[in-house]
Structures are given as structure tokens and as C-alpha cells.
Design a protein around this ligand. Structure first.
Ligand code: 13P
Length: 305
């Protein structure tokens, strides 16, 4: 049986219980929707197609409506859903965002799930914003992702050296806060910081190779014990495979991947000036990720009854 009729919230809970990793691929340029859907259908991997504000404003995804339209034109609902990634309350440039309007727009456009990112807020305000979004999305049967902790990397300016950041645990999601957050915010999935960082999106950094991040698995285990909801890793590009596999055993059910497939697209386009070849480069990089790194080939069958 296919997965098309199973609610996404149920599928993600199954993924967490069955230790299946669900990749969520960011659409940084509109023509990427096609190879993303084709590659996951070919490999029968259950995956999310996702778009975030920076994909629209800093890259070439055009608009939430354009991505939704392209998704609907091509979608294979047995292996995909459409997710709205990162709507921040305060963005990476320190600007206030009209998050209620953006989330409302995406829900009207039929996005299957949405993310509110209040991670730059104090805990109480993050809980309050997430609750508002849950009240908007849950009556429509759409799950809500939220974030607690600091997944750095989207901000302009240099990061501290990675190993220093990792060793200090600076910005890691606090287990006590995570427990309270999940109890009070009504979020369905929680994005956590345990050593993962975003690929750069500033003009200066966006073409650079990304650090090969590690994950603090002991810390993740503590989060798993207190949260009880599927957890999400942002900054998926470049995380070392052995850590990813272990993280899938410790409650990580979703991984967001942007930089790796965006750079594959942009490099090939710069080299050939041919969108079809750039699309094929996206599919190629996804095949490697799905088969070798995530080992999620056939995961749609593993999530079926
Ligand atoms: P990367 O660009 O580092 O893969 O991160 C993507 C992401 O987390 C989008 O939310």
C-alpha cells in the first residue's frame, strides 16, 4: 500500500519509532523541485520537499506559491509531502518577521506541515509563538515543527571555529528547557542543536565547502528521554554519516538538506549554462546521499503498515 492517505504526523511518528530517517530537501531554485521528486520516487525514499524564506529571498525559489504550484504539478504523494521550512520570528539578519502572515499563506497554499522558528526568542516567547502556530495548523490536520537551541550558520559574519563550538556545547538545546517546551508549545517535531550547523547563505560564504559536522550523541540521548516527539536535524549537509546513523537510533526522524544539493545545482549551471544538466546534478547528489549516507532507499515501504 502507498503512503498517500496516511497523515504526515503519523508518518513522522512511525519514522521515529522505526528509526527511519526522513530527508527534507530544500528548494533553493525553482527547477530543483523536479529532480527532488524524481530522485525520491526512483529510490522509493519517503522525503519532504521544503522551502524556506532565504530560499525565496536570497536564492531562486521565487515564492511559496510558485513552489507549491510546481510541487502539485509533479508530486508523488506516495513518497513526498510539502513542508514550509523556517519561518523565523526574528531572522538571521536580526529583522522582525511577519510570521503569522507567512504561515497563514503557506497553510492556505496547502503546505502539509510548517515550521515556526522562535529560537532567537526567550523560552516563554518561543513557546507562545509556537502555540499560536499550532492553533492555526492543527485544526487543518497539519503538523508543526519548532526549534529550540541555536543552530548557527545562517548569520552573516564568521562563526567561532567548529571544534571550539562543538567542545563548548554553546547553543546546544537544553534538555530541561526542551521538556518544558514540548509540554507547553504543542509542537509536533522539535529541531535541536547538538553540533549541527547550517551551511552559509551570506554572499561571502554560500559557495564555500561546509564543515564536516559531528553530533553530540550523549546530549541527543538526553533530549530524546525528555521530549518524546520526533526530533529534527537542521544543517544536514556535511554531517558525518556515522553520526547520522547513530542519531537515527536516538530520536532524529527528519534531516534538512540544503547546501549540498544547492551547490550541485549552481556549480553545474555555472559550468554548462544548462538547467537540465543542473537538475541532473541535483538528482545525482541526492542518489549518493540517499543510498550511501542516509541508507533510506525503499524507506517508503518501511513506513507502510
Ligand atoms: P544545510 O544547508 O546546511 O544542508 O541546512 C539546511 C537546513 O537546515 C534548512 O533548514
Amino acid at each position: 500500500m502507498g503512503l498517500a492517505d496516511i497523515p504526515l504526523a503519523d508518518l513522522m511518528c512511525r519514522a521515529a519509532e522505526r528509526h527511519v530517517l526522513v530527508p527534507a530537501f530544500n528548494v533553493a531554485h525553482l527547477p530543483m523541485v523536479e529532480p527532488i521528486i524524481a530522485a525520491v520516487a526512483e529510490l522509493r525514499t519517503f522525503a519532504l520537499v521544503e522551502v524556506a524564506r532565504p530560499d525565496i529571498e536570497k536564492f531562486g525559489a521565487k515564492s511559496f506559491a510558485a513552489v507549491a504550484e510546481e510541487y502539485r504539478r509533479l508530486a508523488d504523494r506516495d513518497v513526498t509531502r510539502l513542508h514550509l521550512d523556517h519561518v523565523p520570528v526574528i531572522d538571521e539578519d536580526g529583522q522582525q518577521v511577519d510570521w503569522r502572515r507567512l504561515i497563514g499563506e503557506a497553510l492556505d497554499l496547502g503546505y502539509d506541515s510548517v515550521m515556526i522558528d522562535g529560537s532567537r526568542l526567550p523560552l516563554d516567547e518561543n513557546i507562545a509563538a509556537t502555540k499560536v502556530v499550532a492553533e492555526m495548523a492543527h485544526p487543518l490536520g497539519r503538523p508543526v515543527e519548532a526549534e529550540l537551541g541555536a543552530v548557527l550558520g545562517h548569520e552573516a559574519g564568521p562563526l567561532p571555529p567548529y571544534e571550539e563550538l562543538f567542545a563548548s556545547g554553546k547553543g546546544f538545546t537544553d534538555p530541561g528547557e526542551a521538556k518544558r517546551f514540548v509540554e507547553e508549545s504543542s509542537c509536533d517535531w522539535l529541531s535541536v542543536a547538538v553540533g549541527n550547523i547550517h551551511g552559509a547563505i551570506s554572499e561571502a560564504g554560500r559557495d564555500k565547502a561546509k564543515v564536516q559536522a559531528r553530533l553530540n550523541l550523549d546530549h541527543l540521548r538526553k533530549l530524546r528521554e525528555v521530549t518524546g516527539v520526533p526530533m529534527v536535524l537542521h544543517g544536514g549537509s556535511g554531517i558525518q554519516a556515522e553520526y547520522l546513523r547513530a542519531a537515527t537510533q536516538e530520536g532524529i526522524a527528519k534531516i534538512n538538506v540544503g547546501t549540498e544539493i544547492r551547490q550541485a545545482y549552481e556549480r553545474k549551471l555555472a559550468e554548462t549554462d544548462d538547467v537540465a544538466q543542473a537538475q541532473e546534478a541535483v538528482a545525482d547528489s541526492m542518489r549518493t546521499l540517499i543510498v550511501e549516507t542516509y541508507r533510506t532507499e525503499g524507506s517508503a515501504d518501511r513506513l507502510a503498515d
